[in-house]
Design a binder for this molecule. Structure first.
Ligand code: CMC
Length: 396
C-alpha cells in the first residue's frame, strides 16, 4: 500500500484526550489506563474525565450526573417528527436524522462556539483540568454537550421502540444512563449485573483518538460549524462496516455460522474468498485490542448466564481460527456483539449504541478542536491529467 494511503501513520493534529500504543495494546483516556476505567469507573465519571481533563471530585460528579440524567428524554416535537420517519429505515440513518432534529430543537442552538474568556478571578484551568478545553460548565457548548449525552441514550432506545411500534418508556429519575437506556429499550428494569456490564461497554467505546468518526467531527468543528452538525457528521462516518457498523455485521456472521464446530471451515472459506471477517483487525493495534480483553470476559459470563454458552464458544472458535489462519486478533466490535445479544438487544441497534457512547469522545474532540482551532485542510497528491484542452460540446 502506498505510504500515506488512508492517512496511515500520518500525525493529523495534537490531542490530550486519549492515546493508543498499538504495539503494547495500551489505550488511555487523559492518561488513565482503559483497564482501570473499565474496572473502577462509571460511564458518567469517564465522560467528565474526557470533557474536563481530570476525574471529578464527589460533588462535581454528583452535579454532573444530575444534569446528564435529567436529559435522558426527548423533546416532544422531536418524538413527533421521529414518528413520521419510515419505521423500516436503517437505525443509523434514523439516528443521523434524530441528532439533526435535536440540534434544531436545542435551546442553545446558535449559541457561541468561541472558547470562554474566564471572568476576572475565575481560574478556568484550576476549576477544570489542566488540559480541559476553554469551556466552563455554563458555556452554551457545555450545556449542549450534557444535553446531547443524555438525549442520545433516549434517542437510541426510542428508535428501536418506534420501529417495533411500541410506546416509549419513561426514564427513572436518579438512575444512570446505562440503567435508563436498558429500561427505556426493553421496558423492564435491568438487574445490577446487566447495568454494570452495559456501563462498562459504554466506557470501553467512549473514545479512541483520531478514529474516522472522531476525525470527521473535528473536521466539521474546524470550519466553526456547530456541535450538533459535527456530531451528525460523526454519526455518518461511524455507520460504515469498516468502522462502527462492524458490530452488527459480527452478529449476523455468528447467526450464519451458528455451530461452533463449523467455525474453522467457515473462516477458511471466507478468507479463501478474500472476504473481510468483521470484528477483526485494526489500523492501530497489531496485538490485542485492550477493549476486546474486557469484552471477551463479559461475553463468556453473560453467554453462560443466559444459557447460550454456544455463542461464546462459537466466537472463541472464530477467534482461534482467525489467528491460526491470518494472525489477526479481534477488535472492540467482535465480542461486543455477543455481549449485546446476551443482554437481549437486537443486532441492528449495536452501531447506534456505539454512537451513544462515542458521542462523549466526539464532544471532547469538538471542544478541544474549537479551543485551539485551525481549519483542517490537507492537500491531495494529484494524479490526474494536466493541461487538458476544453472541448466544445459539439466536438466531444
Ligand atoms: N479479515 C480478513 N483480513 C483482514 C481483516 C479482516 N477483518 N483485517 C485486515 N485484514 C487483512 C487485509 O486483507 C490485509 O491483508 P493483505 O495484506 O494480505 O491484503 C491486511 O490484513 C491489512 O488490512 P487493511 O484492510 O489494509 O488494514 P487497515 O488498517 O486498512 O484496516 C480495518 C483496518 C479495521 C478496516 C480492517 O482490519 C477491517 O476491515 N476489519 C473488519 C471490519 C472491522 O472489524 N471494523 C471495526 C474496526 S474497530 C472499531 C472501530 O474503529 O470502529
Amino acid at each position: 500500500m502506498a505510504s500515506g494511503e488512508g492517512l496511515e501513520d500520518i500525525v493529523a493534529g495534537k490531542s490530550a484526550i486519549s492515546t493508543i500504543d498499538g504495539k503494547r495494546g495500551v489505550l488511555t483516556y487523559r492518561g488513565i489506563s482503559i483497564h482501570d476505567l473499565a474496572d473502577h469507573s462509571t460511564f458518567e465519571e469517564t465522560v467528565y474525565l474526557l470533557w474536563y481533563g481530570r476525574l471529578p471530585k464527589a460533588v462535581e460528579l454528583r452535579n454532573f450526573c444530575e444534569q446528564a440524567w435529567a436529559e435522558v428524554r426527548l423533546p416532544k416535537d422531536v418524538v413527533a417528527q421521529l414518528h413520521s420517519l419510515p419505521d423500516d429505515a436503517n437505525p443509523m440513518s434514523l439516528l443521523r436524522t434524530g441528532v439533526s432534529l435535536l440540534g434544531l430543537s436545542d435551546p442553545e442552538e446558535g449559541g457561541s462556539n468561541a472558547p470562554e474568556q474566564p471572568a476576572p478571578g475565575v481560574n478556568l484551568i484550576g476549576q477544570l483540568g489542566p488540559e480541559a478545553p476553554g469551556f466552563g460548565p455554563n458555556h452554551p457548548n457545555s450545556k449542549k454537550a450534557v444535553r446531547l449525552l443524555g438525549q442520545m441514550a433516549a434517542l437510541v432506545a426510542a428508535i428501536q421502540r418506534l420501529q417495533k411500534h411500541q410506546d416509549l418508556v419513561a426514564p427513572r429519575p436518579g438512575k444512570s444512563i446505562a440503567y435508563n437506556f436498558l429500561l427505556m429499550l426493553t421496558g423492564k428494569e435491568p438487574d445490577e449485573e446487566a447495568t454494570r456490564i452495559f456501563d462498562t461497554c459504554l466506557i470501553l467505546h467512549a473514545d479512541h483518538e483520531f478514529n474516522a468518526s472522531t476525525f470527521t467531527a473535528r473536521v466539521a468543528a474546524g470550519t466553526l460549524s456547530d456541535l450538533h452538525s459535527a456530531i451528525v457528521a460523526a454519526v455518518c462516518a461511524l455507520k460504515g462496516p469498516l468502522h462502527g457498523g462492524a458490530n452488527t455485521a459480527v452478529m449476523k456472521m455468528l447467526m450464519e455460522v451458528q455451530d461452533p464446530a463449523r467455525a474453522q471451515d467457515w473462516v477458511k472459506d471466507a478468507l479463501d474468498k478474500k472476504k473481510k471477517i468483521m470484528g477483526f483487525g485494526h489500523r492501530m493495534y497489531k496485538g490485542e485490542d485492550p477493549r476486546a480483553t474486557h469484552l471477551r470476559k463479559m461475553s463468556e459470563s453473560l453467554c453462560a448466564k443466559v444459557g447460550r454458552p454456544d455463542l461464546y464458544e462459537l466466537s472463541k472458535n472464530i477467534e482461534t481460527a482467525m489467528f491460526a489462519l491470518k494472525q489477526i486478533k479481534p477488535n472492540v466490535d467482535f465480542y461486543s456483539a455477543s455481549v449485546y445479544y446476551s443482554l437481549g438487544i437486537d443486532p441492528e441497534l449495536y452501531t447506534p449504541i456505539f454512537a451513544m457512547s462515542r458521542v462523549s469522545g466526539w464532544i471532547a474532540h469538538v471542544l478541544e478542536q474549537l479551543a485551539n482551532n485551525r481549519l483542517i485542510r490537507p492537500v491531495a497528491d494529484y494524479v490526474g491529467r494536466q493541461d487538458v484542452p476544453y472541448a466544445p460540446l459539439a466536438q466531444r
